[in-house]
Design a protein around this ligand. Structure first.
Ligand code: ANZ
Ligand code: ZN
Length: 825
C-alpha cells in the first residue's frame, strides 16, 4: 500500500488548480451569487508565521465551503507594503526599502501559495505599486477638494527614536507601539484627514452592520461621543467667563472649585501675583507629561478602547496648584477657587471643568489631597458615606435650591434650560476622536500629492500628473530635524507651481500606511484599471464585502479609517454604499508555547514552513482549524498536530484499501448505529459549524465519522460524501483520493456540498399518554429514551395539562417508560 506523502501530492494539485484557473473569480457567473470574502492583507514583514496561516488557511475552509454551496466566491489577497517596519529593517540590513520589500513579497507569495487556498491571484494588489498608490493619491485629492484634508500646527506625538510623528492610536501607554520608546509631545505642522466630520455617522451607523460587539464598543469608546452642556462661570470684575463642559449639570450645586488645564489660555492672566511662581513651575512640569499619563486612571475610556492591549490601572497621583483667583457659580452666585491641574486635558471640551468632589472620583481624590470642600448635591436610597468616596450615579437632588428633589435626569435639562435663558449655558456634544494626522516624515510611503509654492502656498498636484512617484534615494534615513528624507531628492523636489507656473517644491511628507489600507478592498474588484480606482459596475457586482475576517487589534484604527473612507467616498458619489463590511468576524489569536500572543518581537513564533515540510499543508490547516473556536484562538500545542496527521493518514489508508480486492468483505456491520444516519448528521453538523466559524467541532465530527467508517464496507456514495466534506479542510488529500483513487474526471473542488436527508437525522420520537391524577388529559410526543425529569418537563409544557394544574401543588410523577406519565396533585 502506498504511503501518504503530502510533499508529493500538494505541489502537484496546487499547480493543477492554478493552471486550470479554478480560483479566478469572474465578475459574474450564471445562476451564482457573488460572495466577497475578505481577509486582512498581510504586512510585508518578511515571512509568514503561524498566525498568518491561522488567518488565511482556516478562513479558506469557509471560502471553499461557500464555493461548494453555489456561491461565486472572491477570496483576494494583497500586500500592505509601505511603512516604518520595512524601512527600519532595510536600514538595519543596509538595503533599499523597495528591494527588501519586493524580496519579501516574492517569498511570502510562495509561502501563501503553499497553503492551498482559493486566493484569486489574478487580483493581487500591492500598496507600493505606483498604479495602486496613484489612486491613494487621487483619493487624497478628492478629499482635499471636499475640505476633508487640511494642514495644521498641532501637538503631535513624536517618537525620538523612529524620528516620526505617531497617531494617537500608535502610542501605547505613552510609548511608540513600534519600538517602545517614550513618546514626547512636539508642535509641528501636519496634514490631517477630517475624520471628526464623520464622528456621528461612525457611531450611529454601527447599527447597520453585523460586527462583533467588542469591535462596536471599542469604536464607540474611541469616538467618545458625550452629551452634556457648557456652563459659563463668571469672573468677578471681568466680562470674561470660564466655560466648562459637563455631563452632570445636575451636580452644579455641588461644585466646590474649578479646574483649568495647564494649556488653558486664561491660566496666566488669572493667576494672582503671589501665585505666579508656583503656577509657572507647575506648567513647566505638566508640559513634559504625555496625555496618556495624565488621563490614565482618570479617564479609563481612553485606555480601554485599545482592545487587546492590556492596560494597567495606574491611578496617577493628582497634582495641581491654586491660581489665587475665584469664579462665580452662575446658579447660586457662590465664589469658588480656580485651580490648575493636569488631570484636565487642554483639547477636550473647553479645557476647564467644574469640580464636584461628592460625585466625581477624580475630583474627590483631588479634593481630599488639597483639603477642598466636598458638597453633596445628589442622593439615592442607598446608604452612602460621602467622606469615603464619591457617589457617581444618578439620584435625587438635595440642597440644590429650587431644583431640590428633582431627579438627576430632569435637573440636567432644567438647570441648563434656566441658565440658557440668561445665555449662561447651552447643550453641547463632545467627542474624544481627533482628526487623523496622516503625514509622516519618513521615506517609505505614498508621497503626498501637494506642491508648495512660495507665492501661492500649498496647491494640489493636478490629477493628470498622478502618480507622484516615490523617487529612489541613496540616503533615505530620517533627518534628526524632523524634515522628511524626501527633501534630499533634489531633482524630484523641484517642480512648477500648478497655479502660477513659478519655481516650487513638492511636499516631502509621505502618508501613514493606514491610508494605503483604507481602500484596498475596493481595488480588488478591479485591480488593473488605469482610468478609475475601480469601475462602478465591477464594484457593484462585489461590494459591499460579505464577510471580513481579521484581528481584534484592528478594532479601532484600520476598521475606523476604512469606514471613514467609505463614507467620504460615498458622499462624494463614488460608492453606492456607506458601510463596506456587512459582516465582520475577529479571529482569535494563537498563543505561542509561552502562553503569549505569537509575535516576532517576542520571539515565540512557530515557523509554518518546517511544519509543512514535515506534515504537509493539509495537516497544518486542519490542526489550526481544530485548535479551538476560531473567534477565540488558543494555545499552540505541538503535540496536537500529530493527532491530525494520524487522522489524515487513516483517511488515506481507508481509501487505499478500496483498491485491494475484496478486503471489505471481512468487515461486517459492527458499527454502533445506522451508517447513513451518522453520515447525514455529520453533513449537517459540519456545514453548520463552518458557517458559524466553529471549524474545531467540524473537525471533530469528521473524526467521529471516520471512526464509524472504518467499521464498514463503504458504499460508493458514502466514499464520495466523506471526501466532499473533507475537501475544504484538507483540499490536497481530498483531491488526490478523489481523482486518483476514485478516478473521478472532475476535481472534488467543483463538487457541490452534499445534501443531508432530514428524515435521517431527526431523532426518533414516541407518543406518551399524559395523565393528571390518573385521568388522561393529553397525548404528547417526546424523543425516545428520555429519563423521568426530561419527560416531566415535556408534560408540564403541555397546554392541556397546564389547565389542570392551575393553583395545584404537584406531589409527584409516575413514569412508565415510553408509555405513560401521571402527574399526582
Ligand atoms: C462636572 C461633573 C460632576 C462631571 C460629576 C462628572 C461627574 P466624558 O463623559 O468623558 O465626556 N471633563 C470635562 N472636560 C474635561 C477635560 N478637558 N479633561 C478632563 N475632564 C473633563 O466626561 C465629561 C466629564 O469629564 C465632565 O463632566 C467633566 O466633569 C469632565 F459628578 O463635570 B464633569
Ligand atoms: Zn505658485
Amino acid at each position: 500500500m502506498a504511503k501518504y506523502d503530502p510533499s508529493k501530492i500538494e505541489k502537484h494539485w496546487q499547480r493543477y488548480w492554478e493552471v486550470k484557473k479554478f480560483y479566478v473569480a469572474p465578475d459574474k457567473v450564471r445562476n451564482k451569487d457573488n460572495f466577497y470574502f475578505l481577509v486582512e492583507l498581510p504586512y510585508t514583514s518578511g515571512n509568514l508565521h503561524i498566525g498568518h496561516w491561522y488567518t488565511f488557511s482556516v478562513s479558506d475552509i469557509a471560502a471553499r465551503y461557500w464555493r461548494m454551496n453555489g456561491k461565486n466566491v472572491m477570496y483576494p489577497i494583497g500586500f500592505d507594503a509601505f511603512g516604518l517596519p520595512a524601512e527600519n529593517a532595510a536600514i538595519k540590513n543596509n538595503l533599499q526599502p523597495e528591494d527588501w520589500t519586493r524580496k519579501n513579497i516574492a517569498y511570502m507569495t510562495k509561502q501563501l501559495k503553499s497553503m492551498g487556498t482559493v486566493f484569486d491571484w489574478s487580483r493581487v494588489v500591492s500598496t507600493i505599486d505606483s498604479d495602486y498608490y496613484k489612486w491613494t493619491q487621487w483619493i487624497f485629492l478628492q478629499f482635499y477638494k471636499k475640505g476633508l484634508v487640511y494642514r495644521a500646527k498641532t501637538l503631535v506625538n513624536w517618537c525620538p527614536k523612529d524620528k516620526t510623528v505617531l497617531a494617537n492610536e500608535q502610542v501605547v501607554d505613552g510609548c511608540c507601539d513600534r519600538c517602545g520608546t517614550q513618546v514626547i509631545q512636539k508642535e509641528m505642522a501636519q496634514w490631517m484627514y477630517k475624520i471628526t466630520d464623520y464622528a456621528d455617522k461612525l457611531v450611529d451607523d454601527l447599527e447597520k452592520v453585523d460586527w462583533p460587539e467588542v469591535t462596536k464598543t471599542a469604536q464607540c469608546n474611541w469616538i467618545g461621543r458625550s452629551r452634556g452642556a457648557e456652563i459659563h462661570f463668571l469672573l468677578p470684575n471681568s466680562t470674561e467667563t470660564i466655560k466648562v463642559f459637563t455631563t452632570r449639570a445636575d451636580t452644579l450645586y455641588g461644585a466646590t472649585y474649578l479646574v483649568l488645564a495647564p494649556e488653558h489660555p486664561l491660566v496666566t492672566e488669572l493667576t494672582k501675583d503671589q501665585q505666579l511662581d508656583l503656577v509657572g513651575k507647575y506648567l513647566e512640569k505638566a508640559k513634559k507629561k504625555s496625555e496618556l499619563e495624565r488621563t490614565i486612571g482618570k479617564d479609563p475610556t481612553l485606555a480601554e478602547s485599545k482592545v487587546g492591549i492590556p492596560t494597567v490601572e495606574r491611578v496617577g497621583e493628582k497634582t495641581g496648584v491654586f491660581t489665587g483667583a475665584y469664579a462665580v457659580n452662575p446658579i447660586n452666585n457662590e465664589k469658588i477657587p480656580i485651580w490648575v491641574a493636569d488631570y484636565v486635558i487642554g483639547w477636550y471640551g473647553t479645557g476647564a471643568v467644574m469640580a464636584v468632589p461628592a460625585h466625581d472620583e477624580r475630583d474627590f481624590e483631588f479634593a481630599k489631597k488639597f483639603k477642598l470642600p466636598v458638597r453633596v448635591a445628589v442622593k439615592s436610597k442607598k446608604e452612602w458615606d460621602f467622606s469615603k468616596q464619591a457617589f457617581v450615579d444618578d439620584g435625587t437632588l438635595v440642597d440644590s435650591g429650587e431644583f431640590t428633589s428633582y431627579t438627576s435626569a430632569n435637573a440636567r435639562e432644567e438647570i441648563v434650560e434656566k441658565l440658557a435663558q440668561k445665555k449662561l449655558a447651552h447643550r453641547k456634544i463632545n467627542y474624544k476622536l481627533h482628526d487623523w494626522v496622516l503625514s509622516r516624515q519618513r521615506y517609505w510611503g505614498t508621497p503626498i500629492p501637494i506642491i508648495n509654492c512660495p507665492k501661492c502656498g500649498y496647491k494640489p498636484v493636478p490629477e493628470k500628473d498622478l502618480p507622484v512617484k516615490l523617487p529612489k534615494l541613496e540616503d533615505y534615513k530620517p533627518n534628526a530635524d524632523g524634515r522628511s528624507p524626501l527633501a534630499k531628492a533634489k531633482e524630484w523636489l523641484k517642480v512648477k507651481c500648478p497655479n502660477c507656473g513659478g519655481e516650487a517644491e513638492r511636499e516631502t511628507d509621505t502618508m501613514d500606511t493606514f491610508v494605503d489600507s483604507s481602500w484596498y478592498f475596493l481595488r480588488y474588484t478591479d485591480p488593473k484599471n488605469k482610468k478609475v480606482f475601480a469601475d462602478p459596475t465591477k464594484m457593484k457586482s462585489w461590494l459591499p464585502v460579505d464577510l471580513y475576517i481579521g484581528g481584534a487589534e484592528h478594532n479601532t484604527m484600520h476598521l475606523l479609517y476604512s469606514r471613514f473612507f467609505t463614507k467620504a467616498l460615498y458622499d462624494l458619489g463614488f460608492l453606492d454604499f456607506d458601510e463596506a463590511f456587512t459582516v465582520r468576524r475577529n479571529r482569535g489569536d494563537i498563543l505561542g508555547p509561552d502562553g503569549y500572543k505569537m509575535s516576532k518581537s517576542r520571539g515565540n513564533v512557530v515557523d509554518p514552513d518546517d511544519l509543512v515540510a514535515k506534515y504537509g499543508a493539509d495537516t497544518v490547516r486542519m490542526y489550526l482549524a481544530f485548535m479551538g473556536p476560531y473567534e477565540q484562538g488558543g494555545p499552540w500545542n505541538p503535540g496536537g498536530i500529530v493527532g491530525v496527521y494520524r487522522f489524515l493518514n487513516r483517511v488515506w489508508a481507508l481509501y487505499q484499501k478500496l483498491n485491494i480486492k475484496n478486503q471489505n468483505d471481512k468487515l461486517k456491520i459492527k458499527g454502533s448505529g445506522n451508517i447513513n444516519q451518522v453520515l447525514h448528521r455529520t453533513v449537517k453538523k459540519v456545514g453548520e459549524d463552518i458557517e458559524n466559524l466553529r471549524f474545531n467541532t467540524g473537525v471533530s465530527e469528521m473524526m467521529k465519522l471516520l471512526n464509524e467508517l472504518e467499521n464498514y464496507k463503504l458504499p460508493a456514495s458514502v466514499q464520495k460524501i466523506f471526501l466532499q466534506l473533507l475537501a475544504p479542510f484538507a483540499p490536497h488529500l481530498a483531491e488526490e483520493i478523489w481523482m486518483r483513487v476514485l478516478k473521478n474526471k472532475q476535481s472534488v473542488h467543483l463538487e457541490t456540498w452534499p445534501k443531508y436527508d432530514v428524515k435521517l437525522i431527526v431523532e426518533k420520537t414516541t407518543k406518551l399518554v399524559a395523565q393528571v391524577n390518573g385521568k388522561t388529559r393529553d397525548v404528547i410526543e417526546v424523543p425516545v429514551g428520555l429519563d423521568e425529569t426530561k419527560v416531566s418537563e415535556f408534560a408540564l409544557a403541555s397546554e392541556k395539562i397546564k389547565k389542570h394544574l392551575i393553583g395545584k401543588e404537584v406531589k409527584k410523577f409516575i413514569y412508565v417508560k415510553n408509555r405513560l406519565i401521571n402527574i399526582v396533585i
